[in-house]
Design a protein around this ligand. Structure first.
Ligand SMILES: [Zn+2]
Length: 348
């Protein structure tokens, strides 16, 4: 496979006081898609501009189709917020064929560097649409002013490359790989380089200095390689996200994305017996707490989720991973608890 040095990312602008410029260049009248709690913080940047505001409250595809059809006289869309507002902005830009400008106010989940929107149909997540932003605006001071753990959560969507690649190689070695997604070492190495970059910037990401924000963004930009690799997700995610999907299905809880995914990275690393300590050093060192109690889960709920994961991934038909073949034992769960307790013992 000749996939070395795949191009990735969207045009991205780093700077300060970026939002006050929108009214000077975004095609008027424009639509700002945001959340009600964010508008009091950022609305003043749009004073005097010809604009409308849309507050996100649903990501059901039917609701979004209805609201997209109701948009009148809009020249462009600005997404302003975390995951959901950016996904809805993408969706409207796609449905109405409008220029899109993205302004993430936190990096909790990688919604900004993907062409498709995560929307729901009857409560089930599907990825739909196509939107490439004119530019993504990364304002250092805006990100730094958000609650820290929201940005730390973003490492989940980068560290999952570690477990994604492990599962990819695992499936290839066992003859369980999909023919269209045969293992590519070049692509895998590019993913792992993004993980290494996080390893080298633990302190920068914890303090969220400019260098830390740039390291996070570079890792998140690799999310667009899902499309670049021909919609192959193999170098990007595996057991990490599969645990999250299982827990979400089981509990119906709304998680801070990086917590269950980060826990999935730990669980996947343990199953593969590869890099568990390194991953936990990064996660706990940055400050992201992936213990179940930190995300409102009891150990009993997590145990149920871990034991249900094998059945769930097989039933849903997710791409083959170590989770498809492994029954989680009581000993594994005891080991996981001890490993997590140790990693967070001196950080409480
Ligand atoms: Zn994710």
């Amino acid at each position: 496979m000749a996939q070395k040095n795949l191009n990735y990312g969207f045009p991205t602008v780093f700077g300060r006081e970026l939002y006050s410029e929108f009214k000077n260049f975004v095609h008027p009248p424009f639509l700002v898609v945001t959340m009600p709690d964010l508008w009091p913080l950022f609305g003043h940047h749009f004073d005097g501009a010809d604009h409308q505001v849309y507050f996100t409250d649903s990501i059901e595809q039917g609701d979004l189709d209805r609201d997209a059809a109701g948009l009148t006289d809009i020249g462009a869309v600005i997404g302003l917020g975390g995951g959901q507002a950016l996904d809805v902005a993408k969706y409207f830009a796609w449905r109405r064929n409008l220029p899109l400008f993205q302004a993430p106010t936190a990096l909790s989940v990688n919604a900004v560097y993907g062409q498709r929107s995560g929307v729901r149909v009857d409560g089930k997540v599907i990825y739909r649409g196509w939107a490439v932003p004119e530019a993504v605006y990364i304002d250092y001071d805006v990100l730094r002013s958000a609650p820290r753990h929201l940005n730390w959560s973003g490492i989940g969507d980068i560290l999952c490359f570690h477990t994604g690649v492990l599962d990819w190689r695992y499936a290839e070695d066992r003859g369980k790989i999909e023919e269209k997604w045969r293992f590519s070492d070049g692509l895998a190495q590019q993913s792992l380089a993004k993980v290494d970059q996080i390893t080298r910037h633990v302190d920068d990401i914890r303090t969220l200095n400019d260098e830390g924000i740039r390291a996070l963004i570079d890792g998140l930009q690799w999310g667009t390689s899902y499309h670049g690799a021909g919609w192959c997700p193999r170098h990007i995610e595996g057991t990490d996200h599969f645990l999250f999907y299982t827990l979400e299905k089981l509990t119906g809880k709304k998680f801070l994305h990086g917590q269950p995914v980060g826990l999935g990275v730990v669980v996947g690393s343990m199953l593969h017996d590869a890099g568990t300590e390194t991953m936990l050093d990064i996660i706990a060192g940055i400050g992201l707490d992936v213990r179940p109690e930190a995300m409102g889960l009891t150990w009993a709920q997590l145990e149920t989720g871990l034991k249900a994961m094998r059945g769930y991934v097989n039933q849903v038909g997710l791409w083959h991973s170590i989770a498809h073949d492994t029954d989680i034992s009581d000993a594994f769960i005891r080991d996981l608890k001890a490993t997590l307790d140790k990693a967070y013992a001196h950080r409480a």
